[in-house]
Design a protein around this ligand. Structure first.
Ligand SMILES: [Zn+2]
Length: 84
């Protein structure tokens, strides 16, 4: 698997993990034991994996922040959609 494919797969998993907790069942992360959606590796562990893969922590931190903000905004839109 190429690093680009690996990075894409990791970003997809991280995006999934960043969704607000009420939409999924929480279980301990299989690496660090912290509470994580679906009991998969948590976003922090996956980000560390991605940082190691691309050898750039700053880029991962920046991306994960905006991905988290987008996930929260999406949840907010859906909250309003349910009320409207
Ligand atoms: Zn973890």
């Amino acid at each position: 698997m190429s690093n680009v494919t690996k990075a894409k797969a990791l970003m997809a998993k991280i995006t999934y993990q960043l969704r607000p907790p009420e939409t999924t069942t929480m279980a301990p992360c299989k690496n660090c034991g912290r509470s994580s959606p679906g009991g998969q590796s948590c976003a922090d562990c996956l980000c560390t994996e991605l940082e190691t893969l691309i050898k750039n922590k700053g880029a991962v931190v920046r991306w994960s922040k905006s991905a988290k903000a987008a996930a929260e905004d999406e949840a907010l839109i859906l909250t309003y959609a349910r009320r409207s």
